[in-house]
Design a protein around this ligand. Structure first.
Ligand code: NAD
Ligand code: MG
Length: 340
C-alpha cells in the first residue's frame, strides 16, 4: 500500500472519540498510525486530539499532472487519502451488503474502505483499466474481514448495469446499499467543442447508469435499504467548463428527490452527496485544465481540496439505519462554499 498524504503516524489513541451527533467519528479523526489498519474494526478508544481542518491536508499549488482517462489514484502526486490508514469503524453497517460503482478510486474507494470497516460486505464496480487500483481496494476490504467482490465493466452498457446488480446480489447474498458513484467529467471551454459523443457518454455514465442500476436493484432491496448517488456542487453552481457534466449532476439531484418520494412506502431511503473539489483521478484524467489542477481547491473558503477520506462519514451516515428520517436529501461537503 503506498503512502497516503496525511500527516505522519500518530498514536493509535489519536482517534476521535466522538464528534457532533450524526456523523461518524473515526473517519474525521487525525490520521491514525499504520498499525491502526491492523485491526480496523476496533471501536474508537479514548483520547481525541483536535485537528484543524484548514491545515489537515495539502493545499494548492499541486504539481501539474495528467493521466489518460480513467486515471489511477496510485499514480497521482500526491496520492489521495482514502482513509486507508485512518478510517476506524464501529459496526455501524454490520452485516450489510453494498454495491459501490467507481469503488476502485477516489470517493467510491473511501466509501468502500469505510463500509468494510463498519462491517459491510462490499462489491465494487470499475473499468477494466482500473484493475491496479481495484486490487488495492479488494485487499483492504478483505483485511477488514469482510467479503469483497470485484465486478469490472462499462456502466455505459445497460446490460452490464443489469448484470452488475444481479451478480452483486448473488455473490453478496443480498443487496441493501447501492452507491451509484461512478462519473465522467471532461472539461470543454465552449458548448461548440462538446461533441455529441461526449455529451452522450457523460449522460450515459452519470445519469443513465444511475437509472439502470436503481431500476434493477430496487426489486431486490428489502425495507431499510439505502440508495446513495454522487452528485456535485456543479448541480447548484455549474462550472462554465463543465456544461454537460453539470447538467447530469442536476439531473441526479432531481432523480434522487423524485425516487426518494416513490420509495418511502418501500422503506428504501434515497439520498445524494454533492462534493466540492476533491483530489481524485477524475480531475487529473481530463476533468480539469492543468491550471485548475495546479490551483485545485484554492477557490474554496478553506483554500484547499478535499480528500476522499473526508467524505466517507457522509456515505456511512446515509447508508446506516441511524439515518432513518433522512431521505430525498442532498448532503454537501465543499470546504465552506455552501451549496443549494
Ligand atoms: P474517480 O475517478 O476516482 O472515480 C470515478 C470512477 O468512475 C472511476 O474510478 C471509474 O471506475 C468510474 N467510471 C467512470 N466511467 C465509467 C464507466 N463508463 N463504466 C464504469 N465505471 C466508470 O473520481 P471521483 O472524483 O472519486 O468520482 C466519483 C464521483 O464523484 C463521480 O460521480 C464524480 O462526478 C463525483 N464528484 C467528484 C468531485 C471531485 O472533485 N473529485 C466533485 C463532485 C463530484
Ligand atoms: Mg478509478
Amino acid at each position: 500500500m503506498a503512502d497516503d498524504i496525511s500527516s505522519p503516524p500518530s498514536s493509535r489513541r489519536n482517534v476521535l472519540q466522538g464528534m457532533a451527533a450524526g456523523l461518524v467519528t473515526a473517519a474525521a479523526a487525525a490520521p491514525a498510525a499504520a498499525d491502526a489498519a491492523d485491526s480496523p474494526g476496533d471501536a474508537a478508544p479514548t483520547a481525541a486530539p483536535l485537528v484543524n481542518p484548514e491545515t489537515r491536508y495539502p493545499r494548492p499549488p499541486f504539481p501539474r499532472q495528467s493521466q489518460p482517462w480513467p486515471g489511477l489514484a496510485g499514480k497521482m502526486d500526491p496520492r489521495p487519502d482514502h482513509g486507508e490508514k485512518s478510517y476506524r469503524g464501529s459496526g455501524r453497517l454490520a452485516g450489510r451488503k453494498a454495491l459501490i460503482t467507481g469503488g476502485d478510486s477516489g470517493i467510491g474507494r473511501a466509501a468502500a474502505i469505510a463500509y468494510a470497516r463498519e462491517g459491510a460486505d462490499v462489491a465494487i464496480a470499475y473499468l477494466p483499466q482500473e484493475e491496479p487500483d481495484a486490487k488495492e481496494v479488494i485487499a483492504l476490504i478483505r483485511e477488514a474481514g469482510r467479503k469483497a467482490v470485484a465486478i469490472p465493466g462499462d456502466l455505459r452498457d445497460e446490460q452490464y448495469c443489469k448484470d452488475l446488480v444481479a451478480k452483486a446480489h448473488a455473490e453478496l447474498g443480498g443487496l441493501d446499499i447501492l452507491v451509484s458513484n461512478a462519473g465522467r467529467q471532461v472539461h470543454q471551454a465552449s458548448i461548440v467543442d462538446i461533441t455529441t459523443e461526449q455529451f452522450d457518454e457523460t449522460f450515459r455514465t452519470n445519469i443513465y447508469a444511475l437509472f439502470f442500476l436503481a431500476r434493477a436493484a430496487i426489486p431486490l432491496m428489502p425495507p431499510g435499504s439505502a440508495i446513495i448517488a454522487t452528485a456535485s456542487v456543479n448541480a447548484f453552481s455549474p462550472s462554465e467548463i463543465l456544461l454537460d457534466y453539470s447538467a447530469t449532476k442536476g439531473a441526479i439531484v432531481a432523480l434522487v428527490k423524485s425516487l426518494a418520494k416513490q420509495m418511502v412506502h418501500k422503506g428504501i431511503r434515497v439520498n445524494a452527496v454533492a462534493p466540492g473539489p476533491f483530489w481524485t483521478a477524475l480531475q487529473v484524467s481530463g476533468g480539469q485544465t492543468q491550471d485548475h489542477i495546479h490551483q485545485f481547491g484554492a477557490e474554496t473558503p478553506m483554500g484547499r481540496a478535499g480528500q476522499p477520506a473526508e467524505l466517507a462519514p457522509v456515505y456511512v451516515l446515509l447508508a446506516s439505519a441511524e439515518a432513518s428520517y433522512i431521505t430525498g436529501q442532498v448532503y454537501a461537503a465543499s470546504g465552506g462554499t455552501g451549496v443549494g
